[in-house]
Ligand binder design. Structure first.
Ligand SMILES: *[C@@H]1O[C@H](CO)[C@@H](O)[C@H](O)[C@H]1NC(C)=O
Ligand SMILES: *[C@@H]1O[C@H](CO)[C@@H](O)[C@H](O)[C@H]1NC(C)=O
Ligand SMILES: *[C@@H]1O[C@H](CO)[C@@H](O)[C@H](O)[C@H]1NC(C)=O
Ligand SMILES: *[C@@H]1O[C@H](CO)[C@@H](O)[C@H](O)[C@H]1NC(C)=O
Ligand SMILES: *[C@@H]1O[C@H](CO)[C@@H](O)[C@H](O)[C@H]1NC(C)=O
Ligand SMILES: *[C@@H]1O[C@H](CO)[C@@H](O)[C@H](O)[C@H]1NC(C)=O
Ligand SMILES: *[C@@H]1O[C@H](CO)[C@@H](O)[C@H](O)[C@H]1NC(C)=O
Ligand SMILES: *[C@@H]1O[C@H](CO)[C@@H](O)[C@H](O)[C@H]1NC(C)=O
Length: 428
């Protein structure tokens, strides 16, 4: 470039153009972000994918891009709480601040850790820079524990949580050192004792779902519909129980388009239909006395409508809408007054999705028995999904076809085939 500028034959216009190009290129580079891209660094370590996702979702990853000489205390997926932000919110803290507490503003290699003095080493974290940390509680005290393990904790007289350094993960000398720690470390001042004196902040259920993974569709629908904001009132009342269909449940809904293309108002009704107006931990759902429960959607319509029938089937909890039977697959979050459960199917209210309507093909028809060619099977009465058809009692053709079908998975494959078939029939 320098030589080009001094060479006589180069026209001034060309020089200007080249200079403009250089400027443009410089502008296109994330100039202050010359430091490290922590998301890219962690992407090589699937074991830390959840922690990386938290950093990215809270903008903390972005805050790091302009910095160098950092040590990141990363928590392996298996050591994170099921819903990190809800866990942290329980202690009255904000997940972003807790993540900032895991960013030390000093580059520490494993050998630095091996040479800690007995009085420990105080290292400032990114959290200290927010000004929200009282005194120097935004720093961590690194000390040598038993067996020369390094323990990270708050320097406060009554320390918050602590974690052990498990080992080095990777390093980009001397900009970023990534060390694995045994768990999330809450700064002092955000301990559970403090949160007892003030009401806990409302649980952000959308965030719980975003953290928990596998609920992207439900989370974005709740957020977009504004229904999530209706939950807060419930959290202050009798509590709230939310049944959240997994992404797989949405994917398994042949009529997804139809659900997604409902007017916003109707979509909100379907979402409210997934919510009970009381806090029911798993144990109380199992022993529920009145199986027919009103939902949030009931409140917006009339009594007796939009109810869920909650029963026990074979030791697990089944939720019946009259046209869909779903089961609870896991507890996503449970902290009085909020319970969030994953469910295997989207709960379609019978008031909106009537049978025989192609929009409701999510409803599994009665039995695989079932002569698929016979369209009247759509009219046959619904049997409980919970009791798969007796494979021996069917007509010869289907029992031959199903002779090898011993497990529930084969049964499900059969149902899927039938669903597709019925969908096809309804299209022709
Ligand atoms: C480290 O950061 C400095 C400035 O922040 C940057 O110039 C350098 O390229 C970085 N090194 C690596 C290996 O990322
Ligand atoms: C960091 O890396 C990730 C993935 O490699 C990429 O999506 C993101 O845009 C990068 N961020 C910056 C600021 O370069
Ligand atoms: C220290 O190491 C020994 C031997 O490896 C082990 O038996 C012991 O449980 C360790 N103690 C602690 C506190 O980690
Ligand atoms: C850090 O911890 C060590 C060991 O418990 C303690 O002796 C030291 O006083 C602590 N440092 C600070 C600044 O709290
Ligand atoms: C770390 O936390 C555990 C559990 O809260 C506690 O028993 C232990 O004493 C703490 N260790 C240090 C070094 O603070
Ligand atoms: C709840 O969390 C979501 C996702 O993190 C966020 O977009 C939303 O603004 C939060 N809502 C409230 C009320 O804080
Ligand atoms: C609720 O489900 C149970 C078991 O599936 C069934 O016996 C009961 O009749 C249902 N109740 C109503 C009101 O649908
Ligand atoms: C319920 O249990 C019975 C008896 O163990 C079994 O035959 C049936 O397949 C089970 N149903 C479901 C839905 O798991």
């Amino acid at each position: 470039m320098g030589r080009g500028l001094s060479a006589a034959p180069v026209s001034p216009r060309l020089v200007l153009g080249a200079a403009a190009l250089v400027l443009l290129a410089a502008a296109a580079l994330p100039s202050p972000a010359a430091g490290v891209n922590v998301t890219a660094v962690l992407s090589a370590f699937p074991n830390f994918a959840d922690f990386a996702r938290l950093l990215a979702s809270t903008s903390v990853a972005g805050e790091l891009s302009g910095r160098s000489s950092l040590t990141l205390l990363a928590v392996p997926n298996a050591n994170l709480p099921q819903s990190p932000s809800a866990f942290v919110a329980g202690a009255g803290a904000d997940i972003a601040d807790v993540l900032r507490y895991h960013v030390l503003l000093e580059y520490l290699s494993p050998s630095d850790l091996a040479h800690l003095s007995p009085s420990g080493k105080l290292v400032t974290t990114l959290f200290q820079t927010t000004g929200r940390a009282p005194s120097d509680f935004g720093a961590v005290n690194l000390t040598l524990g038993a067996n020369s393990t390094v323990v990270v904790r708050s320097p406060a007289p009554t320390p918050g949580s602590n974690a052990t350094v498990l080992g080095a993960v990777t390093a980009v000398p001397y900009n970023l050192s990534v060390l694995a720690v045994g768990g999330l470390i809450l700064p002092s001042g955000f301990d559970l004792a403090a949160s007892e004196t003030r009401p806990p902040p409302p649980v952000n259920i959308t965030r719980v779902l975003t953290d928990a993974r596998g609920f992207n569709v439900a989370a974005s629908m709740l957020q977009a519909s504004g229904v999530a904001s209706e939950f807060e009132a419930d959290e202050h009342g009798a509590g709230i129980t939310v049944f959240v269909p997994t992404d797989d449940a949405f994917a398994g809904l042949p009529a997804t388009d139809r659900l997604q293309s409902l007017p916003a108002e109707r979509k909100a009704v379907v979402l409210r239909f997934h919510v009970l107006h009381s806090y029911y931990p798993l144990g109380s759902l199992e022993s529920i006395v009145n199986p027919v429960q009103p939902t949030l959607a009931t409140e917006h319509t009339e009594a007796g409508h939009f109810t869920l029938n909650i029963t026990r089937v074979n030791g697990s909890i089944a939720i019946d809408t009259g046209i869909v039977q779903a089961s609870i697959t896991r507890t996503v979050f449970d902290q009085n007054p909020v319970a969030v459960f994953a469910v295997s199917k989207v709960l379609l209210p019978k008031e909106m999705f009537s049978r025989g309507d192609s929009g409701s093909t999510a409803i599994v028809p009665p039995s695989v028995a079932m002569a698929p060619g016979d369209t009247s099977s759509e009219q046959t009465p619904q049997t409980r999904l919970s009791s798969p058809p007796d494979l021996h009692g069917e007509d010869s053709e289907s029992s031959a076809a199903l002779a090898t079908a011993k497990g529930a998975s084969w049964w499900r494959i059969g149902l899927m085939y039938l669903q597709l078939h019925l969908l096809f029939l309804s299209l022709v």
